[in-house]
Design a protein around this ligand. Sequence first.
Ligand code: HEC
Ligand code: HEC
Length: 313
Amino acid sequence: MKKPVKVLLLVLAGIAVIVLAIVIFISTAKIPEFEVDYPDLSVEATPERVAEGERIASVICMQCHASTDGKLGGAYMADAQDFGEIYASNITQHPDVGIAGYTDGELAYLIRSGVDRDGKYIPPWMPKFPLLSDEDLYSVIAFLKSDHPMVQPSDLEQPEPKPSFFAKFLLRTGLEPLPYPDEPVVAPPKSDQVAYGRYLAVGKFDCYSCHSASFAKMDPLQPENSKGYFGGGNVLYDKEMNKVYSSNLTMDEETGIGSWTREEFVMALRFGRKPDGTTVQPPMAPAPRITDEEASAIWAYLQTIPVIRNEIE
Ligand code: HEC
Ligand code: HEC
């Protein structure tokens, strides 16, 4: 063999070995575990909190955790296929397959930071709620522990997640739990409509994550720093795995919702009807339980954020 050919073969073999090593490195990634200090918490379950927790869960948690038996028994998440075979857990009070064993502090840590009671990190297939106010967090916990029919034991057993190569790649990029806040988290007063609207849009109802450019370029602690904040274009899937791009919710007149009225926005958000007569498509779920007052506050807040020109297909 001529010398240059030999050298070339050696280089190619070298590259093949490196690629193989990287593939093995990624495919052996495990979901990491962390040692955390769960907060010492005992939530007082007032009827108001249980009711508000049920409402928050109906807007957020039920989208993934609702089961066919009418409870929060969990479900397969077809729209998370990029991440692998993912199942939202059974979060009813079943002692074996549900979350009966969780303390209030462990639930708080999981919802805010994304670490379960065994120390296992919850990858991005479940959102985290670091900016949810303590009061709203306590409401969710009070609801999960209440005698509401949706959280009574469901015996559905959800399998462990089977992460795809892509998800394992993400795990190798050093994903970490969000820091648990050491200061109280307090929602702004309703009287400050814009601040309150921001709280609803980023802290409580998590609108910005779907409605910014990419889940991978989100900043959960400072949502405004997320790529394409509220400019839409994030890729989501409906149940049949068709791609659906999130809408541009900034006030650009042509590519956003700048030509809508407040009433039109409230109608689209709460009841899924758009000004042109079409309906909002899944996975965007109309949220009738978001009140008119809350929808108006979100609208007021959206008036104040930087306008992004981004044409959505
Ligand atoms: C986008 C889908 C999605 C949403 C929305 C969501 N979850 Fe989850 N949740 C998941 C998935 C998926 C898992 C399983 C994670 C795993 O096993 O890695 C999970 C796990 C959990 C667990 C851990 C259960 C266990 O057995 O350890 C709890 C508790 C939980 N979720 C509560 C909630 C609450 C409360 C809300 C609403 C505030 C919520 N989730 C919203 C997808 C979601
Ligand atoms: C699970 C991801 C997801 C979440 C969470 C979400 N949206 Fe959406 N939203 C979408 C997608 C995808 C569309 C595009 C649907 C379509 O084309 O009909 C959409 C469409 C909309 C529209 C219609 C806009 C238009 O131009 O047609 C409005 C208004 C809207 N969302 C507001 C909100 C608000 C406010 C929140 C928070 C309370 C929110 N969305 C939460 C994914 C989401």
